[in-house]
Ligand binder design. Structure first.
Ligand code: PLP
Length: 429
């Protein structure tokens, strides 16, 4: 196939996620990638791109890891799929659930598997409400989420998402979701008092907001959330879909604050994208309550819950993360990345903030509401220079975000920073 043929077929037949339909029909795909190796992606014409977003914040161990392909093939040749419903089970799913219990915050014990992060969040919201029902508090149904949050696109996940355009896309949403300022503990207290804690099931947050523009709360924020949830008897759901598996320089985002949530949603980095997988981890007490009181049936499950091939890939991926010390490496490289971002910020008055933790970082441009946002232009300039980044323009923001694979080395990081700098320069001056 020539590039031109592929572009034509793509325009005619492929509906892209999170895309502008008009742009897709007029211009077709910007890149058709055919190969990946390490931090690089190669397009159909052989051009290399440094994947500064780990694709979708998920390719933590980098592209082209043969070990993962080999594990997937071996599992598919042996048992590609079998059901996990009711009393059926499989070895990779059991071993992965046990491994997750060992590495996650101490209160967490058992995992319900899904195919991705949206399903993980929907599952968490449903189980939180079910939990209060079996505890004879059926009025505890409301879920509080934060503004600027992103929790996915399933109906519950969309309803929880704080970024308004995602909610507005589906004019009718799931009931009983509320939103609160993304950093203010006082606003959260006031909201709980106003609504009445007896009506609230759970609070959900990303330890570091990702898609909303890499907003890093102080560790004390998560500690305060933990105590408020205890005080008012709300379940604390941590959405660690991006922040899990080393991304922030700790195993999980909650580890920085040393707190244990009641539920933790995971996906993305659990397989580094080599197979689709997500999950919700439950604390020991929640797990006991739910299994003891569901009248023997947990009426919730996906065909692919506990998919043996995905779970086998996850086990190997986690082994790589641990054996190659990628979590500490992400912390070290993250400091250099943030330093590089700060150095760029200092040179341009158009940039008012450089922030991040681990291998998640952002540059915030001063958007006066009149100018066209700068971040998308910088992202485009970087793309032309062989670097993939992302712009966030929701909620009056003009932010560029970056999240390279955890395996990135110093030389590659310097390449990333130097392309970014020349892209900013090309756009701003
Ligand atoms: N939660 C967070 C914090 C995310 O960043 C995402 C995806 O970007 C999701 C949930 C949704 O996950 P998925 O796209 O796998 O459904």
């Amino acid at each position: 196939e020539t590039s031109r043929n592929l572009i034509g077929l793509d325009q005619q037949h492929f509906i892209h996620p999170t895309s502008s339909m008009q742009q897709q029909q007029q211009h077709g795909p910007a890149h058709i990638f055919v190969r990946g190796k390490g931090v690089y992606l190669y397009d159909h014409d052989g051009k290399a791109y440094l994947d500064g977003m780990s694709s979708l914040w998920n390719v933590n161990v980098g592209h082209g890891r043969r070990e993962l392909g080999e594990v997937a093939k071996k599992q598919m040749d042996t048992l590609a799929f079998s059901s996990c419903f009711a009393t059926f089970s499989n070895k990779p799913a059991i071993e992965l659930a046990a491994k997750l219990a060992r590495v996650s915050p101490p209160s967490l014990r058992a995992t319900f598997f899904t195919s991705g992060g949206s399903e993980a969040n929907d599952t968490a919201f449903k189980l939180a409400r079910h939990y209060w029902k079996v505890k004879d508090q059926p009025k505890k149904r409301k879920i509080i989420a934060r503004m600027k949050s992103y929790h996915g696109v399933a109906m519950g996940a969309t309803s929880a998402t704080g970024l308004k355009p995602f909610r507005d896309f589906a004019p009718s949403l799931a009931p009983d979701f509320l939103h609160v300022d993304h950093m203010s503990i006082e606003a959260l207290r006031a909201l709980i008092d106003r609504e009445g804690p007896e009506t609230i099931a759970a609070f959900v947050c990303e330890p570091i907001q990702g898609a909303g523009g890499v907003h890093v709360a102080p560790d004390s924020y998560l500690c305060d959330i933990r105590s408020i949830c205890d005080e008012y008897e709300l379940l604390f759901i941590a959405d660690e879909v991006i922040t899990g598996f080393g991304r922030t320089g700790a195993y999980f985002g909650c580890d920085h604050a040393n707190i244990s949530p009641d539920m933790m949603c995971i996906a993305k980095g659990i397989t580094s994208g080599y197979a689709p997988l997500g999950g919700v981890m439950l604390s020991k007490s929640l797990h006991e309550q739910l299994t003891a009181h569901s009248h023997g049936t947990l009426l919730h499950g996906y065909t692919y819950s506990g998919h043996p091939t995905s779970c086998a890939v996850a086990l190997k991926n986690i082994q790589i993360i641990e054996e190659e010390n990628l979590i500490d490496h992400a912390a070290t490289m993250g400091e250099k990345l943030l330093l590089g971002f700060r150095t760029i910020q200092e040179q341009y008055s158009e940039i008012h903030d450089a922030r991040g933790r681990g291998l998640m970082a952002a540059l915030a441009f001063s958007h006066n509401g009149k100018n066209e946002p700068l971040a998308p232009k910088v992202v485009q300039a970087a793309d032309q220079r062989g670097l993939i980044l992302r712009a966030v323009t929701f909620d009056q923001q003009d932010v560029l975000v970056c999240a390279p694979p955890l395996i990135i080395n110093e030389e590659e990081l310097n390449q990333l920073l130097s392309i970014l700098e020349s892209s900013v320069q090309a756009v701003v001056s």
